[in-house]
Design a protein. Sequence first.
Length: 247
Amino acid sequence: MAVASSLSADRLPRHVAIVMDGNGRWAKKRFLPRVAGHKQGVNALRNTVQACLDRGVQVLTVFAFSSENWNRPVDEVSGLMELLAVALSREVPKLHQSGVQLYLPGDRASLSPRVQKALAQAEALTADNRRLVLNVCFNYGGRWDIAQAARRLVAEGREITEAALSETTALAHVGDPDLLIRTGGEMRISNFLLWQSAYTELVFTPCLWPDFDAQALDVALTEYASRERRFGQTSEQVASASGAAHA
Ligand code: IPE
Ligand code: IPE
Ligand code: MG
C-alpha cells in the first residue's frame, strides 16, 4: 500500500494487461497437480482485481487460456475448462457487486455450449457496470484476433486500415494497454495482445502468478511510473509537451 500511495494519479496506467504465468511451477514446487496451481491462480486474480479497484485502474485484461494451450495434456485442458465454469459461477456475483464489467475476449466457437452460455450470461449481467472493466482472455491469441478482425472487415466490404482493424479487434471496447506485466519469469509475449501492445510498457517479474498480490502489483506500477513513453518522439519533445500540459 505504501508504494501505491506514493504513485501520483497521472502516472497510474489506465489499462493494465497481465500474462498470468507460473501456475504449473507453483504447483510443482509443492508436489501438487498442475491444476492446483491454476486454482490458486484464481485467488491471485481475485486479489489483483480488488487491488486494481482500490488503486483506480480502469481496465484489467488478463490472459487465462491461449490458442496454443489446447496443446497441453488433455486432463489439464479439461481441468482449465472446468475451472473457468466454476470460477464464473462463484465469482461473477461478487464482481457484479463490486461494479466490475466482465468481458471474455477469445474464440468461443470451440468452447462447450455450457461454457459459452455462462460467458454470455456473465457479460449480460455486468454490462452496465463502470468501476472496472475486466477482460479475461480465454481461447485468445493475438494472431486469431488480427485475423478475425480482418475477416470481419472483408465480410463487411470495408477497407483494411489501421483504424478499422483497431476498432474490430476483440479489445476494441477498451483501447490499448498502457502496461503489460508477465509473471513467471519468461520474457515473451506468447501470442497475447500482438496488435494492441505496439506501444505498451512491458514489465517482467519472476514472481509466479499464484504468489502475485497487491504488493507485487505496486512494484510493477512503480516501474511503469518511472518510464518515459515517447511514442516515437524525442525525450525533449515529450518533456516540453508535458511541461505545457502542466502549465
Ligand atoms: C499459466 O501458468 C496458466 C496457463 C497457461 C493456463 P502455466 O500453467 O503456464 O504455468 P507454468 O508456466 O507451467 O509454470
Ligand atoms: C501464456 O503462458 C498463456 C497464458 C498465461 C494463458 P504459456 O505458459 O502458455 O506460455 P509459453 O508456452 O511458456 O510461451
Ligand atoms: Mg507457462
